[in-house]
Ligand binder design. Sequence first.
Ligand code: ZN
Length: 280
Amino acid sequence: MELYTINTGFFKLDGGAMFGVVPKKLWSRTSPSDENNLCTWAMRCLLVIEDGKTILIDNGIGNKQDAKFFGHYHLHGNDSLEGSLQKIGVSNKDITDNFLTHLHFDHCGGSIQIDSSTQKFTTTFPYATYWSNKDHWEWAIQPNDREKASFLKENILPIYESGQLDFIDVPNGKLTSNFEVLFMDGHTEKQMIPKLRYKNHTLVFAADLLPSVSHIPIPYVMGYDVRPLITLNEKKTFLEEAALNNYVIFLEHDPSYECCTVKMTEKGVVLDQTFSLNEL
Ligand SMILES: [Zn+2]
C-alpha cells in the first residue's frame, strides 16, 4: 500500500461550534481564534494506492460554490485538490474510487465540478466509483434541519445521476483487504472511518470522529454532532483502542499536524506524538 497526503487548503469555522459545550477559555489554549471567533482548519485528504486501485478518501470543499458561500469559510493556503494530485502525478481520470467518509460539504465538495463547456454539474473523477453507504445516503438526501446547511444538494445528487455511486456494506464493509471501514453514529448517521494496514501500522483516517488533536479530551465534542452522547462513547472506545494498539491517527482537520498517536495515562488518553505521514 502506498499513501499520499492530499492537502486541499484551509478554511475557518466558529471555535464555539467546533468545541460544543467547552468554554472558550479552555479551547482557545490549543485552538486560537481570530477577531470573529473563527479558528483555522485543514481539509486534508488521503490517497491510497493498493490492489490496482487509486483510492481518494474525501475531497475537500470543491470550487463550484458562489463567492457568498466561500466568503463564510475564508478559504486560504496554497494547496488545492487538483494541485496536490498533480504534484504526485495523479490525474482525475486515474482515480478509481472516491471514498466519502460522509457527505458534509467540507468532505465531499470536490466530488462534483461545473463543466466549463456545458455549465452543467459533472463528476470530477469520471472513472471513479463514489462510495457512501445506504443509511448515510438516505440520511443526507432528506436532511434534518440541523444538518441541512452541511448537506448540499449539488454535492450529492449529481453523484447518483452520474451512475457512479455505490454503497459499502454496513456494518462489515471493506474496500480492499487492507482497507476496513468503521461506522460511527455520533457526528452524523453512519460516518465511515477508514482503518488501513500500512507499513506494519494500523492507520485510521479519523475524519470528524476526531477532527484535530485539540479534540482528544473526551468532552471536546463538536457542536455540529447530531448525537453528542454517542460521540463521547465512540471517541472514548476508539481512543482507548488507539492507545492500546499504537494506532497512527490521520487528522483531516488539524491545522498543524497530519498524524498523531495517543497514550493511556492516569488521567485518561492523551496526545503522545505528532508527525507527518512521510516520517512513518
Ligand atoms: Zn462533518
